[in-house]
Design a protein around this ligand. Structure first.
Ligand SMILES: O=c1[nH]c(=O)c2ncn([C@@H]3O[C@H](COP(=O)(O)OP(=O)(O)OP(=O)(O)O)[C@@H](O)[C@H]3O)c2[nH]1
Ligand SMILES: [Mg+2]
Length: 194
């Protein structure tokens, strides 16, 4: 079975990507080398995904390396936190810190619910160059956290067509139409030819 190395330190992402790439042996890069700091200083999800895939790919020999850069955007607030989703509550912030910071942004404006979307950019480092794909998921964010499934902002995100948050819905539901699933299903076309 072909091996794909993940350039990620996020346990929630690693779990979901393993689940979505069942036909591959998926391992986090930290199974092969020590964890190191990667500065995500790109201006887009795509740039940051490329930075991560390249940083890990260049330290390994002959490995296909896949990176995911993702986040949530709230159009009513100018698209925040967007590419800053992981550091919204500050450098080194936890998922919970970031979740409650976004809930605060709704509360301080007296908003109970507003449209939002997730973006995932996937970059694949290969012997033939770096390839990228994107996926999106639409929905709404609410001013409270409900449920404990998923990760990150999931407890405050209600996908379009549902009345429960991704914290409450079965993981299979998220898997069937998430930003990550869509980006990865495109990424499979690339993985399949290399
Ligand atoms: O509730 C969520 N459900 C999701 O499906 C999801 N996808 C992304 N995010 C959030 O967006 C940021 C990613 O930042 P990010 O791409 O830099 O990843 P990261 O720094 O956590 O790990 P790494 O892969 O860079 O090592 C983090 O705050 C995540 O919580 C999600 N939150
Ligand atoms: Mg990151």
């Amino acid at each position: 079975m072909r091996r794909v190395v993940l350039a990620s330190g996020n346990k929630g992402k690693i779990r979901e990507i393993k689940e979505l790439l069942k036909d591959y042996e998926v391992i986090p890069y930290t199974d092969l080398i020590d964890k190191f700091e990667i500065e995500e200083n790109g201006n887009t999800f795509k740039e940051n995904a490329i930075i991560k895939a390249k940083a890990v790919g260049e330290r390994l020999k002959n490995e296909i390396v896949l990176a995911d850069d993702s986040g949530i955007s709230v159009p009513a607030f100018g698209g925040i936190p967007g590419i800053y989703s992981a550091r919204f509550a500050g450098e080194g912030a936890s998922d919970k810190d970031n979740l409650y910071k976004l809930i605060e942004e709704l509360k301080k404006r007296g908003i109970k619910k507003t449209p939002a979307f997730y973006t995932a950019a996937i970059a694949i480092y290969t012997p033939y160059g770096i390839f990228t794909t994107h996926g999106f998921m639409r929905g709404e964010v609410i001013d409270e956290a409900r449920g404990d499934k998923g990760f990150g902002y999931d407890p405050m995100f209600i996908p379009k067509g549902y009345d429960k948050t991704l914290g409450e819905l079965e993981e299979e539901v998220k898997k069937s139409f998430s930003h990550r699933s869509k980006a990865l299903s495109l990424a499979k076309y690339i993985l399949d030819i290399i």
